[in-house]
Ligand binder design. Structure first.
Ligand code: NAP
Ligand code: ZN
Ligand code: ZN
Length: 347
């Protein structure tokens, strides 16, 4: 067993604190990654506070993991010692169901083995995430990371990057399309960069007027402050696709009404409370309301390669491990541009 240092929440109301635990010795198909950086996703906060239910404590959050391969098993072919590697939201899945076979492991019918707040394949051993010194993962669930981008800014791509890339691709976003992004948080700011890079005309809907300059720098063509509902009505029936990346309960109907006939609204934000949808918001223009969950391994690699080629990264604020609780508070207040990333050297 490999003794591993990390930070864990011991209960839904506890602050994160130092925690030592064991990881398995790398098997023949495993890589051992020395973690360099881990992003703080809003999902880490939802889960550490048990806002989605069923939390497993102690919990070591973190699923935006990048680092260097420190050891490889005898059958590993994709990685060698010293390579850069990444791990996202899951570390394994059943490998045999239709979704796994289609490379959509996030929808594994047996349930993926999530990187934390979940169990290993034995359905008993808890998984511990990236707020830790090292991780052992089967090479099939490990991503290759380009050395051409700043590593700390790549970490958030492992969740926020793929979560926004996947629905843009799946829904065929391309040149000339009108795309709306609701909520300029970390997911939102990645969505702006990615949709812009795909040739879309991008409008940001935000509660934070101070983010306008950033939105334009990231590639947005327009910026709409949503606190005044009067700002939305002139945009009715206009958008091909709206991606909603808001972490808290809010009115979806106001945005559905902005879709053209057959337009699509994709939810990626996961507030803890359900939202009310007015049937008329959909009926009147045959609009579609759908959602998306991260992405499979194949598409995550495609997204990492695409971002390396297009020079797309997350705007990050690197923090020492000891500031993680403060970073949670600041994320909840929207006081981050746009992702906190923990420097594991400080662990
Ligand atoms: P984040 O950085 O905290 O951003 C959330 C943004 O939502 C904020 O920056 C803010 O944008 C907006 N917002 C917050 N509170 C609001 C409110 N009360 N009313 C309206 N807007 C509000 O979070 P994130 O890491 O990007 O994650 C966003 C959500 O996606 C979370 O719920 C997370 O769990 C979920 N998520 C889902 C997936 C998936 O696979 N579907 C993957 C990762 C994360 P403005 O300041 O611009 O208004
Ligand atoms: Zn995440
Ligand atoms: Zn499966």
């Amino acid at each position: 067993m490999l003794s591993t240092r990390g930070y864990a929440a011991k209960s839904a109301s506890a602050a994160l604190a130092p925690f030592t635990f064991d990881r398995r010795d790398p098997g023949p198909d495993d890589v051992l990654i020395e973690i360099a950086y881990c992003g703080i996703c809003h999902s880490d906060i939802h889960q550490a506070k048990d806002e989605w239910g069923g939390a497993i404590f102690p919990m070591v959050p973190g699923h935006e993991i990048v680092g260097r391969v420190a050891r490889v098993g005898s059958r590993v072919t994709k990685f060698k010692e010293g390579d850069l590697a990444g791990v996202g939201c899951f570390i394994d899945s059943c490998r045999v169901c239709a979704s796994c076979k289609d490379g959509l492991e996030q929808f594994c019918e047996a349930g993926p083995n999530w990187t934390y707040n979940s169990t290993e394949k034995d359905k008993k051993t808890p998984t511990f995430g990236g707020y830790s010194s090292q991780i052992v993962v089967d090479e099939r669930y490990t991503l290759s990371v380009s050395p051409n981008l700043p590593l700390e800014s790549v970490a958030p791509l492992l969740c926020a990057g793929i979560t926004t890339y996947s629905p843009l691709k799946y829904n065929g976003v391309g040149r000339g399309q009108k795309v709306g992004v609701v909520g300029l948080g970390d997911l939102g700011h990645m969505a702006v960069e990615l949709a812009h890079s795909m040739g879309a005309e991008v409008t940001v809907f935000s509660t934070s007027p101070a983010k306008e300059k950033d939105a334009k720098r990231l590639g947005a063509d327009s910026f709409v402050v949503t606190k005044d509902p009067g700002n939305l009505s002139p945009l009715a029936n206009r958008f091909d696709l709206i991606l909603d990346a808001v972490s808290a309960p809010h009115d979806l109907n106001a945005y559905l009404n902005l879709l053209r006939r057959d337009g699509v609204m994709v939810l990626v934000g996961a507030p803890e409370k359900p939202a009310a949808v007015n049937a008329f918001s959909l009926i009147t223009k045959r609009r579609k309301l759908t959602a998306s969950l991260i992405g499979g391994i194949r598409e995550t690699q495609e997204m990492l390669d695409y971002c390396a080629q297009k020079n797309i990264v997350s705007d990050v604020e690197v923090i020492p491990m000891a500031k993680v609780n403060e970073a949670y508070e600041r994320t909840l207040k929207g006081d981050v541009r746009y992702r906190f990333v923990i420097d594991m050297k400080t662990l």
